[in-house]
Design a protein around this ligand. Structure first.
Ligand code: F6R
Length: 571
């Protein structure tokens, strides 16, 4: 969360172009944004607006914020400056010991203007620079600071940008006559495909045509420049009003691309992945949010073919299991940067487990710390809500389960998705009947249960309607008390699922407004597949479309829902 950028060039560029670059990272947080170009410190609350100025600069740091410490105010917006304005910083992460540092710095005469933990770092450097070089100050910082940071710093009178990393993502982009440092490669992937990833406790001095990395003792380190390849669709809205709809419409293409990759460029990795799964005594998935729902589907698929597997929500990982050298831990993550997942993997690695990951963003931290990694090839997802990435995560789960004997034809999946799209108008009409509701329930059993949870999550985050995704069987153990006349209940009604039919009858008998998504059986939405695995993916797409239309009726900011960010890099 929070996106940071530093640009150092030996040619002048328009500030508005640098801010457009920051806009590419806006999915990391959109509470406020700001920049410092060596002269002007600008910041503003709200979504990023491209400034209407022809001002130029050759060096700049920029920040887009997802608030952690301190409210969403102009004072708390980054960049932050030290008292004498000698040091300016933009920070992503959390400085855990900021309160004690702040007290010490106040005693030394520093005046703080924000409530943030981040501001402390600017004052810290100013204080250190009274007696030390910048390099020495960076070494001290890495020793003194507790917490996580990707930090970019500009110091008055110094022509470089300095950047430090611990646990928050940071990457250097090597351009022609210009160097970029940013939270992720999107910030510069249109300009250069050459990058160097910071590892923990490294810092770098970044000039216009040179850079030098150092370890935490200040020893120089030579790092390899990596050339990255990034499959992606056009990152503009084209004819769509929102990225959410554009990304849903890309689902057939990205499914094809993933399936093709498993037979071509990912073939060997895919075989190795399956081999690791076969050899492991224990297979444990770990993920958060939507990716967790994909992993839960994976667990159901594997159990269907006799393979024991489990999944744990990343933030609870270490409370639940004993992992050891015979465990294969499979993280699933769109961003590849989710802090809870990374922390779970650190725990797993410490206990000797092997890591085989499934990610979307290439070169992300989770991919880089894995023994082996499969890419879901969904391309860049700009809407905060995961849509096409979920579809590809689940497609990959099905492809994996197929290797263990699960019977599914994936080749016609893109066509089946297109068929769901033909029902857009019907789904829109359903949304018109539901958008004023305060609560709704989504019920599923077996393979449809994770999908019920996923649909409910999507509805909550984008339309702000309280939705609960439940196991059909659990309903009568308490929640049914909430069903009254007119309560909407979306039922995922798979062919032959007689128990689910009964559950829907039970709520209908209590006055619920039942909306069924069904295959074969007559329902409000009819999906044409007899495969229960594919039914789940297709039903989740119905849920995505329904969510979209609910939010449209409610005139909500579909791509940037309140309080959220796409890359959750704090615990
Ligand atoms: C919901 C959503 C989130 C993410 C979760 C994990 O639409 O996008 O729930 O799924 O934050 O993120 P990743 O997959 O990047 O680890």
């Amino acid at each position: 969360m929070c996106g940071i950028i530093g640009i150092n060039s030996n040619e002048e560029f328009y500030i508005k172009d640098a801010v457009k670059r920051l806009k590419r990272l806006e999915y990391r947080g959109y509470d406020s944004f700001g920049y410092y170009d060596g002269t002007i410190l600008f910041n503003q609350v709200g979504h990023i607006k491209i400034p209407n100025t022809d001002d130029k600069s050759s060096r700049i740091i920029l920040h887009t914020r997802w608030a952690t410490h301190g409210g969403v105010t102009k004072f708390n917006a980054h960049p932050h400056q030290s008292t004498k304005k000698k040091v300016t910083i933009a920070h992503n992460g959390i400085i855990k010991n900021y309160e004690e540092l702040r007290e010490k710095l106040i005693k030394k005469g520093h005046e703080f203007t924000s409530e943030t933990d981040s501001e402390t770092t600017a004052h810290y450097f100013e204080e250190k620079l009274k007696t030390k070089t910048i390099k020495e100050a960076c070494i001290d910082f890495l020793n003194d600071i507790e917490g996580e940071f990707a930090l970019v710093i500009m110091v008055e009178g110094n022509e470089n940008i300095y950047a430090l990393r611990r646990d928050s993502p940071l990457v250097l982009g090597v351009g022609t006559n210009t160097n970029y440092v940013a939270s992720d490669i999107y910030a510069f992937s249109d300009i250069t495909n050459m990058a160097i990833f910071f590892e923990n406790n490294e810092f770098a001095e970044i000039g216009t045509d040179h850079f030098q990395f150092y370890d935490k003792k200040g020893q120089k380190i030579q790092k390899e420049v990596q050339t990255f390849k990034w499959e992606q669709e056009e990152s503009t809205l084209q004819n769509y009003d929102h990225f959410m709809m554009k990304e849903i419409m890309e689902e057939p293409i990205v499914v094809k691309r993933l399936l093709f990759s498993l037979k071509t460029e990912q073939k060997i990795n895919f075989e190795k992945f399956i081999d690791l799964m076969r050899k492991a005594k224990k297979v444990t998935f770990v993920a958060a949010g939507t990716s967790y729902h994909a992993s839960l589907l994976g667990v159901y698929y594997l159990h269907k073919c006799g393979i024991e597997a489990q999944t744990i929500i990343a933030s609870e990982f270490e409370h639940f299991i004993g992992v050891d050298k015979d465990t294969l831990v499979i993280p699933i993550s769109q961003s590849g940067e989710t802090m809870d997942v990374i922390e779970a993997l650190k725990y797993a690695t410490k206990h000797g487990a092997k890591i085989a990951s499934i990610v979307n963003v290439p070169y992300s931290t989770i991919q880089r710390i894995s023994e082996i990694s499969l890419n879901i090839f969904a391309g860049q997802e700009i809407c905060v809500a995961a849509t096409k990435s979920f579809v590809n995560q689940v497609t990959l789960m099905l492809a994996i389960a197929k290797e263990f004997g699960y019977n599914v034809n994936l080749e016609n999946l893109p066509q089946r998705i297109e068929e769901v799209f033909t029902m857009k108008e019907t789904i829109k009409e359903i949304a018109k009947t539901l958008f004023k509701q305060k609560h709704l329930y989504v019920l599923g059993r077996g393979l449809s249960y994770p999908v019920a949870r996923e649909i409910a999550l999507k509805i909550k985050e984008i339309s702000y309607i309280h939705a609960e995704g439940m196991m059909g069987g659990e309903l009568k153990h308490g929640t049914i008390a909430l069903i009254e006349k007119g309560t909407p209940v979306i039922g995922l009604l798979n062919e032959n699922d007689y128990d689910m039919r009964s559950n829907l009858k039970e709520v209908a008998a209590r006055g619920a407004n039942v909306i069924s998504i069904s295959n074969k059986l007559k329902g409000d939405i009819m999906i044409s597949t007899s495969n229960d695995g594919k039914f789940g993916i297709l039903a989740s797409i119905v849920g995505q479309l329904l969510t979209y239309y609910l939010a449209r009726e409610l005139k909500l900011p579909i791509d940037k829902p309140r309080n959220l960010a796409k890359s959750v890099t704090v615990k």
